[in-house]
Design a protein around this ligand. Structure first.
Ligand SMILES: Nc1nc2c(ncn2[C@@H]2O[C@H](COP(=O)(O)OP(=O)(O)OP(=O)(O)O)[C@@H](O)[C@H]2O)c(=O)[nH]1
Ligand SMILES: [Mg+2]
Ligand SMILES: [Zn+2]
Length: 292
């Protein structure tokens, strides 16, 4: 018997099965063909053989564009960085790190300011004033159902992940985008007896406006990927406009004199918190380089 083979996308890996979505949005519960040696991740594009009863066999993995390690998801095209208007206050250190990490992985970042029903912390004004030039910002309220259509629009056609500090409303937003997610999240947590928003495995949910979206557990710390000190500045697109003013072509905007970036910080063309976050990351890289 010859099996027809189709291309699909892995939505989750759970209980020894891979849940593969075909181009018509049918989902197949697949077992892995024995000879497949690679570790298949949520988000992987695969070739599979559909069987009857919604089952199938996962035959092989297709080449990956990128891979996030925490959560483990492949082929991510967009990261939605969720900060709250308040409770918790926006964390500009984490925001700049997540923006850098998105750039580094060639993933489009999108800033989401959730809980817009609350009185804004003063950092919100800073984000709205300084960040939209390079990064689009969407204001939402999962509580009052505000901004959900704009949110759905930026996910359409993408493989998106929600990221950001704990408590900003990532799981609440996901529950709006995919009503079925709510039931599934609670089902899982009842079984394992954890908090209702605990995210244990990576799963992509179809969003009501098209595209796929995954939740992540809140994380507040982040390791720097390995890169050279002179590479870091290329991941800060807002620095580009001032590079030509630096005296040295290879200026790190650090201890050098006559630096366009440092001038721009003084003239408030570049946000000083963003520059300091850059310097902190730079010093981390330099310390790492010295320890080799
Ligand atoms: N006022 C208000 N509260 C919200 C909004 N969205 C979520 N919340 C509340 O904020 C709290 C945290 O929401 P979660 O969705 O669990 O946040 P999370 O980002 O998933 O948190 P972690 O899973 O810990 O990373 C809950 O009590 C929500 O009800 C909103 O738009 N406005
Ligand atoms: Mg959550
Ligand atoms: Zn410089």
């Amino acid at each position: 018997m010859t099996l027809t083979q189709e291309q699909g996308l892995v939505l989750k890996n759970y209980g020894g099965f891979y849940y593969v979505q075909d181009p018509q949005n049918n989902i197949y519960e697949c077992k892995l063909r024995g000879k497949v040696k690679e570790k298949i991740l949520t988000g992987d594009r695969v070739i599979f053989s559909p069987l009857d009863n919604g089952r199938g066999i996962l035959e092989k993995m297709l080449p990956r564009d990128n891979q996030l390690n925490r959560p483990w998801i492949a082929n991510v095209t967009k990261v939605l960085i969720v900060m709250a208007f308040n409770k918790p206050k926006p964390d500009l250190v984490l925001l700049d790190r997540l923006l850098f990490l998105a750039e580094f992985n060639r993933i489009t970042p999108q800033i989401i300011l959730n809980k817009c029903d609350l009185d804004p912390d003063k950092q919100i004004a800073t984000i709205l004033q300084y960040y939209p030039v390079e990064y689009k910002v969407i204001q939402t309220s999962a509580k009052r159902n505000i901004g959900m259509d704009s949110l759905a629009e930026v996910i359409a056609g993408e493989i998106a992940v929600l990221a950001g500090p704990s408590g900003t409303g990532k799981s609440s937003l996901l529950n709006y985008l995919d009503k079925e997610a709510k039931a599934r999240t609670q089902e899982v947590s009842n079984k394992i007896g954890r908090g209702k928003h605990t995210t244990r495995h990576s799963e992509l949910f179809p969003s009501f406006g098209g595209g796929l979206i995954a939740d992540t557990p809140g994380f507040n710390v982040m390791d720097m990927p390995s890169l050279k000190r002179e590479e870091l500045r290329h991941y800060f697109p807002d620095f580009e406009a001032y590079n030509h003013i630096c005296k040295y072509d290879n200026c790190l905007h650090y201890k050098e004199k006559e630096c366009g970036i440092k001038n721009a910080v003084e003239d408030q063309g570049i946000l000083s918190s963003r520059y300091h976050n850059y310097i902190d990351m730079l010093e981390e890289i330099i310390t790492k380089e010295r320890s080799y």
